[in-house]
Design a protein around this ligand. Structure first.
Ligand code: FES
Length: 264
């Protein structure tokens, strides 16, 4: 379903003091966790990854952290307000193997929640490390605790679960448990460390990358990465371990709207 549509907000979930999830009625067909859609509030348009794909209820959702003018405008919207959606776009996560480790940092948990639920529906066991700065910023704990997914909370300040970074917990877990695959989304420095761990343990891994996007459909070239030139919106946003090794900027820098390098 790639025809742009104007839809009404069905429900709004206040996830944390700075994060909300907007829910829409949607006929789920071939949407894949890790894919994104372009959200248009009649002034501006930005990409957001699908954080909820529910084929039974016929719903999709987007989880949005308030970081600027556009996201503030989305946070100010109410149930029944209209919004434009186009997509889904890009390449999402593949589900393979029978035991998967998922590592999500901050709002990077958005596509991983949809992924873990989809894997769980297919009877694939998922251990999910959900990392945040503090307990109040942990995402989807109530929602995911109702599933078969095994969740390990992880906070920088130790207010819930493991005290430390998600990468530190992943390192401990990988010393004792073997997995068929690792999937991750979050700050790129965190994902680079997960890439090193996956490499060390020889486990296939998938990474969801984020870059500044304009068109979202592979035309403008804004989201190309060095040195391979892949478009995050088209060839990504999800890449395999052997692919991220070819992206020389991975874990180092991204580019702003004008194409200037910004170090992580
Ligand atoms: S956003 Fe235009 S090519 Fe990716």
């Amino acid at each position: 379903m790639n025809v742009p549509q104007v839809v009404k907000i069905k429900d709004i979930i206040e996830e944390t003091p700075t994060v909300k999830t907007l829910i829409f009625d949607w006929e789920v067909t071939d949407e894949v966790p890790g894919q994104f859609m372009m959200l248009w509030n009649f002034h501006d348009e930005k990409p957001m990854s699908l954080s909820l794909i529910d084929p039974v209820k016929g719903e999709i959702g987007f989880t949005i952290r308030k970081v600027g003018k556009f996201t503030q405008a989305l946070h100010d919207m109410e149930v029944g307000n209209q919004i434009g959606l186009r997509g889904p776009y890009g390449r999402g996560f593949e589900i393979s193997g029978s035991h998967i480790l998922a590592v999500g940092g901050g709002v990077g948990m958005a596509p991983l929640a949809a992924f873990a639920e989809e894997a769980s529906r297919k009877d694939v066991a998922v251990d999910l490390i959900s990392a945040a700065a503090t307990e109040k910023e942990l995402l989807f704990m109530n929602r995911l605790n109702k599933t078969k997914i095994n969740i390990w909370a992880c906070t920088d300040d130790g207010t819930c679960g493991f005290c430390g970074f998600g990468t530190e917990l992943a390192q401990k877990v990988l010393e004792n448990v073997s997995y068929d695959m690792i999937v991750t989304c979050g700050p790129e420095i965190m994902m680079k460390k997960i890439a090193d761990l996956a490499d060390y343990h020889k486990i296939p891994a998938q990474f969801s990358l984020e870059r500044y996007m304009k068109c979202g459909v592979g035309i403008c070239g804004q989201c190309c990465v060095d040195n391979v030139g892949w478009r995050i919106c088209k060839e990504g946003p999800v890449f395999w371990d052997d692919e991220v090794k070819l992206i020389t900027e991975f874990g180092k820098y991204h580019r702003d709207a004008a194409g200037r390098k910004e170090l992580f």
